[in-house]
Write a protein that binds this ligand. Sequence first.
Ligand code: CP
Length: 301
Amino acid sequence: MKDLLGLRELPTSQIVEILDEAKKMRKVIDSDGRLNDCVHKTVVNVFYENSTRTALSFEVAGKTLGAIVSNMSVKNSSVNKGENLFDTVKTLEAIGYDTIVVRHGMAGVPHFIAKNVSCSVINAGDGRNEHPTQALLDMRTMLDYYKSLKGLKVAIVGDIAHSRVAMSNIYGLSKLGAKIYISAPNTLLPKGIEILPVEIVKPKEAVKGANIVMTLRLQLERMQSALISSMGQYSKSYGLNDELIALADSKAIIMHPGPVNRGIEMTSSVLDGLKSVVNEQVTNGVAVRMAILKMCKKGVG
Ligand code: CP
């Protein structure tokens, strides 16, 4: 494939292929190995929004595969002199980058770039639309605990309205046969959620018997107006605590894409507890991004 823009349009067979490749890449990481699959590849990270996990794991993934990786500081770039997006990405193409990894606050930016350059384009999060590499690393982590996702109950609790992670997980998990239960205040449910393959329920119903409980960051920076009555009330109703997760399956795993607002989306005892796989998610992020950098090829398709 040339680009990875979203899981909505990605065929199930390609999702499975990425997850299988990522499993091999995880073995490389665990043995402190290095590969040379991308020795001739140049990758540029272009993040118009802040990131710790995604940006750094793409850098480590590229370097582990032997690629030359640049991190464009948008703040210090000619974007700050008024250069528009089209001219910026045509410049990156002319410099000779094979792959552009992009995060942007506006939905559809990676798709726009992919239409206008011959480089591979990887979506590292676009507005409220999708964050496909996050959902792939989430699914890779789930598959470390369960042989298959078919028929598993996945509870997604929290700020769904602003979450590109939730959207990509809904597309990806439904393609792999999981049953998805969503729980959020009405003000934090996106328009059109009812046409997606999810059940919308109260938090206790979502978590009861769940194999996987995922909560999401409350994205205060994307909220135009007060959408929750108070942090305390939100945390009491939708935050994961020991009492709520006790309702889940006894072997359930607890996930969060990070960064976590400790004490709001989940208590410290849940985040640091035995069922939490939050740090595993981060490590699998490197493996998944290695697989994607290897598989996305400039000029294909
Ligand atoms: N989960 C995620 O996208 O984290 P960062 O914003 O730190 O990349």
